[in-house]
Every structure is written in structure tokens, then in C-alpha cells.
Ligand binder design. Structure first.
Ligand code: C2E
Ligand code: MG
Ligand code: MG
Length: 593
């Protein structure tokens, strides 16, 4: 029994020993397997282990190699040490929400190595759940995908950038423009689009060859890039055509315009200093078309078309010019263009809405010496317009002469009518002449024909000329005036003091009258400057033997001062506002009380 017991014990022992050594062997095998796995993993992957709070507890050698940090620099720190700043907060929030809920996270992360270089990891983070049921550590297994990422980035860079200069191309510009328009809509601030073209690129290219031409474009790109802010875009969209997109200028359109202009000038200056092309010094200027952007609804194509138009205008002005085109100016330009075409239409019909009003010029006893004809236009939609609203437009569109001729005819007709009205037959009539009208070679004959066709007396016609008319060609102006003077026509210099007449000029012109501008009369008698100017003009007129009419007399104090200074003819609301001819006759021929 004893033996049996002993034998049994021995059997158990040996079987246990046998079992233990088997277990041991298995353990050794498992450990070996684990070691092999670890070696294989270390050879292939970048591994980091963190605790539940994300603090690094282990990293493998490959992790250290790629991050360029030593193990002791990493352990005890979080992954923030290698944060590249390339991912948003939302990216990391999503990562942490996934792994802290016990799920595996896969993704691509860009990290920053100790030397500042960026590297990309394909990353799998596995959470290990502890006894509490919550993750107690995480193992990140990562593979280096930097090369693939760089290749991808290069491909997308090539698709979006100009190969020669490295600047954004048309495709990327369109994307940026879209973003800018969206921001304009959101923030209600103005941006600007500039189209820049080198003035003499073709010459340089032809003269120096294409490779130096390319070098010039690269240097231009470089300078442009340095002129703008990081948030702006400089793109190359064609041979020597560049686009500059300024994102966020100002909420106020005026300020935005000023800032855009300043930038355009800065760019032109930056390109104005010479370029060194392989030892050859080359100079180039640029033309810029500028478009202010404030309407988020505008289509990209339309924006580019307008900027292109602006560039075309800049080029048309000659080299080294900036032409700004903004929606407000565009609307105003359209308005002016339609006003000019309405005026053309008005002049080609009989019942045209154009008519003259008459304002009296009176003597010391406030009796009318004559009248000034003042043009009015009853516009079909804009209502009654005074000349300030359309004369300049008429000047710019070749309508000054026909319009002036219409005025001359109407004024001479009126003079002829008054010649038959008792008490009005001696009234003179002053007619304003515009610059282009006066400069027209047919001016003299147009006055003659108005006088002849109406039968008006030339002695009663006064032509009012402005100082600016004599700046261009005083000799031919004098000849014209003399020709008309021979017929009996007289001349007045209007708005005296607002132009740049020299005394010699005044002396040479065959004038009969000076008109003191109402801006000087307005401040009388209190304003010492205005008082001095008026007194000087009156003294000058006396010295030159000319009559003076003071314009814009509105009150008795002004009249008193002017009289005191020796002025003897007056015009202004104090004596009568511009009125129709019929009213003029009634007004000044009514029996005096
Ligand atoms: P102007 O020749 O100096 O004419 C005087 C202007 O002063 C007129 O303005 C008149 O209405 C205004 N005025 C007269 N009295 C007073 C006053 O007491 N106070 C103030 N504040 N203003 C007064 P209007 O009719 O608007 O004409 C403006 C300008 O347009 C004229 O200045 C003249 O240069 C030009 N103009 C008028 N008619 C014609 C025309 O037939 N042809 C051309 N080319 N220009 C004309
Ligand atoms: Mg006048
Ligand atoms: Mg005047």
C-alpha cells in the first residue's frame, strides 16, 4: 500500500514535472513567438504605447528614428510633442472620442520631427480595456507614408500651380476666388481683383530669347508674391498675365478703393526696378486693371471679364498705368452713357425738353440791362436737369457743339422777339459757351448763322467764356473773338477768379465784361478774403476799362458792399431767379409801385 502510495506519488510528480516542463516549453515558445512578432513589428512599424491619459510609456526604435527624438525625450510626454499643427481640433477630438470609447481608430496623421520636418503616418490606435471596463492604455501602430503623401501633394500641386513660377494657376485661382466671394458675402467687406500684364514682355522675349523671358517671369512672380499678404493670392494665368486677389480690404468701399490703389502702386514700384537676367539688366513696366469686389452674387466669369476690361483700359492709357473699375463707377458710367444718348436723342427731335430760362442782370437802380440765358433739360425720367448734370457729358461725347448751337439759335430767336417788344428791345442776352464748342473750327460760323437766321442784333449778344478756354491756344482764341467782335458781338469772362487767368492773358483778350463768380460774392461782406478778391477784381476791371457783373447776389448786405466798391451791374436771386421768357417780360415791365 505504502509502495503503491509512494509509486502513485512518484507517478504524479513525474507527470506533473512532465506537465510543467511542457508548460514551460509552451511558455518559452509563446515568448519566442512574441519576441519574433515584436522584432517583426519593430522592423516594420512605428509603435508607441500610452496610458489612459495619452502619456507615452513606451516607444520603439523606429519611432525614435523617424521623430528624431530620443526615447527619454518622449517617455512621460504626450503626442503633442510631435504635433505638426496641420490638423484641426476637430480631427483630434474625433480620434479621442473613438479610442476612449474602446474602438480602434485608423487614419493618416502628419507629425513634426524634432528638426522641424514633417512626416506622415498611417496610424492604427488600439485601446486596451482594463478591469474598470475603460481603456487603460493605447497602442499606436504606425507606418511611414511620407513619400506617398509627398507624391500625392506634388501631383495636386502640379495640377493647381504653374510649372514655371510655382504660383497658383487658373484652377486654384478659381477656387480661391470662390472662397473670397463667400467671405465677402459673410463679412460684408470689400476685396479686389487685379489683372497685371507686363508692358514690354514680348519685346524682351523676342530680343533675349525664351529662357531669359522665363527667368523674367520667375523674378516677377517672386516680387509679386512678396508684395501681398499671406492671405492674398498671386496667380499666373497666361504668358505674362498675373492675377492678384486681395481678400479683405475694408468694409467701406472708399477705403477699400484707396487700399487697392495703394497696393497696385506698390506692385508697380516693385516691378519698376530693373531685373538681372543672367547678367543682363532689363527694365519692365506693368499695366494693372483693378476691380473692386463687394457683391458676393457676381459670377466669376463676369468678375474676370470686368478686370480684363479694366486692364484693357489701363493699357489703352499707355504704359505703366492702373485703371480701376468698380461696380459703383460702372453704374455711374452707364448712367452717363445713357444720359449722353438721351441728349443725342433730344437734340435730334423738335420737342426735346431742352429750353432756356432767363436771369436778369440789373443796374444800380435794379433795372434790367439784359439777361443771361441758362439752359435747362426736362429729362423724360430724371426730371428737370440743370447744366451741371449734363454739360460735362456733352463735352466728352462730342455733343457740346450741337448743344451749344441749339442754345445759340434759341437765344438769338429770343433776342429777335424782344426786339419787337417795347421796353425790351434794348435788352442784351448773355449765352454761355462751353470749351469744346468754342474750340470747334465752325464756332464762328455757327454764331454767325444763328444771328443771320433769326435776325437778332449782334450788338445785343454777349458770349460768356470761361478762363480755362484760353489755356490751350490763346492766339487762335483771340482771332475767333476778334472775328465775332467785328460783327458787333461782345464777350464776358465768366466765373472770374475760379480759373488761372494771368493778367497778361486778361489784357490781351478782347473782352467787354468780367463776371465775379458767386463763390466770392457769397461770403460778402464778412469774409475778408472774399472782400479783398472782389475789391481787386473791381479795381482790375477799372484799370482794364471793363464792365463788371457780380453774380449770385442774394441779399442787401452783399449788394451794399459791391456798390460801395464801385460795382454797377448785378445778377442773383435778389433780383430774380432764372425764369421763362414770358415771365421775364411781365416781371420787368410791370408798372413800378
Ligand atoms: P454761370 O454761367 O455762372 O451761371 C450762373 C449760375 O448761378 C446759374 O446756375 C444760376 O442759376 C446760378 N445763380 C444765379 N443767381 C444765383 C444766386 O443768387 N445764388 C446762387 N447760389 N446761384 C445763383 P445754372 O443755371 O445751374 O448754371 C450753372 C452753370 O452752367 C452756368 O454757370 C454756366 O456755366 C453753365 N451753363 C448754363 N447754361 C449753359 C448753356 O446754355 N451752355 C453752356 N455751355 N453752359 C451753360
Ligand atoms: Mg454764365
Ligand atoms: Mg458765372
Amino acid at each position: 500500500m505504502m509502495r503503491n502510495t509512494q509509486a502513485a506519488t512518484n507517478d504524479w510528480d513525474s507527470s506533473q514535472k512532465c506537465g510543467l516542463s511542457l508548460l514551460n516549453q509552451q511558455l518559452i515558445d509563446v515568448r519566442q513567438e512574441l519576441d519574433d512578432l515584436k522584432t517583426a513589428l519593430n522592423a516594420h512599424a512605428i509603435v508607441a504605447v500610452t496610458d489612459a491619459r495619452g502619456v507615452i510609456t513606451q516607444v520603439n526604435e523606429t519611432f525614435c528614428q523617424i521623430s528624431r527624438y530620443a526615447q527619454h525625450e518622449l517617455i512621460g510626454r504626450t503626442h503633442r510633442i510631435i504635433n505638426s499643427g496641420q490638423h484641426s481640433k476637430a480631427f483630434f477630438l474625433n480620434l479621442w472620442t473613438t479610442i476612449s470609447s474602446g474602438e480602434v481608430w485608423h487614419g493618416e496623421i502628419c507629425n513634426r520631427a524634432k528638426d522641424g520636418s514633417l512626416y506622415w503616418m498611417h496610424t492604427t490606435i488600439v485601446p486596451f480595456i482594463g478591469t474598470t471596463g475603460r481603456p487603460e492604455r493605447y497602442i499606436a501602430i504606425q507606418a511611414d507614408i511620407t513619400q506617398r503623401k509627398q507624391a500625392e501633394q506634388q501631383v495636386s500641386h502640379l495640377a493647381l500651380h504653374d510649372a514655371l513660377t510655382g504660383l497658383p494657376n487658373r484652377v486654384l485661382l478659381a477656387e480661391r476666388l470662390q472662397q473670397t466671394m463667400a467671405a465677402i458675402g459673410r463679412n460684408r467687406r470689400f476685396g479686389a481683383l487685379m489683372l497685371l500684364d507686363l508692358d514690354n514682355f514680348k519685346d524682351i522675349n523676342d530680343r533675349l530669347g525664351h529662357s531669359l523671358g522665363d527667368e523674367l517671369l520667375r523674378q516677377v512672380a517672386h516680387r509679386l508674391h512678396h508684395c501681398v499678404c499671406a492671405s492674398d493670392t498671386v496667380a499666373r494665368v497666361g504668358g505674362d498675365e498675373f492675377v492678384i486677389l486681395l481678400n479683405d480690404l475694408d468694409a467701406d468701399p472708399g477705403q477699400a478703393r484707396v487700399r487697392a490703389h495703394a497696393m497696385a502702386e506698390r506692385i508697380q514700384q516693385a516691378l519698376a526696378s530693373g531685373f538681372n537676367l543672367s547678367g543682363q539688366q532689363v527694365h519692365s513696366s506693368s499695366s494693372i486693371g483693378l476691380l473692386l469686389m463687394g457683391d458676393a452674387e457676381q459670377e466669376q466669369e463676369e468678375l474676370m471679364r470686368l478686370a480684363d476690361m479694366a486692364l484693357y483700359k489701363a493699357k489703352a492709357r499707355g504704359r505703366n498705368n492702373v485703371y480701376a473699375f468698380d461696380p459703383q463707377l460702372q453704374a455711374e458710367a452707364q448712367d452717363r452713357a445713357s444720359l449722353a444718348s438721351d441728349l443725342r436723342e433730344a437734340l435730334s427731335h423738335e420737342d426735346i425738353g431742352l429750353h432756356l430760362l432767363f436771369q436778369p442782370v440789373v443796374d444800380l437802380l435794379q433795372r434790367p440791362l439784359g439777361w443771361e440765358a441758362l439752359l435747362r433739360w426736362q429729362h423724360p425720367t430724371k426730371g428737370l436737369l440743370t447744366p451741371d448734370a449734363f454739360i460735362e457729358q456733352a463735352e466728352q461725347t462730342g455733343l457740346a457743339f450741337p448743344l451749344g448751337q441749339w442754345v445759340l439759335q434759341a437765344a438769338c430767336r429770343q433776342l429777335a422777339q424782344w426786339s419787337h417788344v417795347p421796353g425790351a428791345a434794348h435788352w442784351s442776352l448773355a449765352v454761355n459757351v462751353s470749351t469744346r464748342q468754342f474750340q470747334d473750327p465752325l464756332f464762328v460760323s455757327s454764331v454767325q448763322s444763328a444771328l443771320e437766321s433769326t435776325g437778332a442784333s449782334p450788338d445785343l449778344l454777349r458770349l460768356e467764356l470761361a478762363e480755362s478756354m484760353f489755356l490751350i491756344d490763346i492766339e487762335s482764341s483771340i482771332l475767333k473773338m476778334q472775328e465775332l467782335q467785328v460783327l458787333g458781338v461782345r464777350f464776358a469772362l465768366d466765373d472770374l477768379g475760379t480759373g488761372y487767368s494771368s493778367l497778361t492773358c486778361l489784357q490781351r483778350l478782347p473782352l467787354n465784361q468780367l463776371k465775379v463768380d458767386h463763390s466770392f460774392v457769397q461770403g460778402l461782406p464778412g469774409d475778408p478774403g472774399n472782400a479783398a478778391i472782389t475789391a481787386t477784381i473791381l479795381a482790375l476791371a477799372r484799370a482794364l476799362n471793363l464792365k463788371v457783373v457780380a453774380e449770385g447776389v442774394e441779399n442787401a448786405a452783399q449788394l451794399g458792399f459791391l456798390r460801395q466798391q464801385g460795382c454797377d451791374a448785378f445778377q442773383g436771386h435778389l433780383f430774380g431767379k432764372p425764369m421763362p421768357a414770358s415771365e421775364a417780360e411781365r416781371y420787368f415791365m410791370r408798372p413800378k409801385p
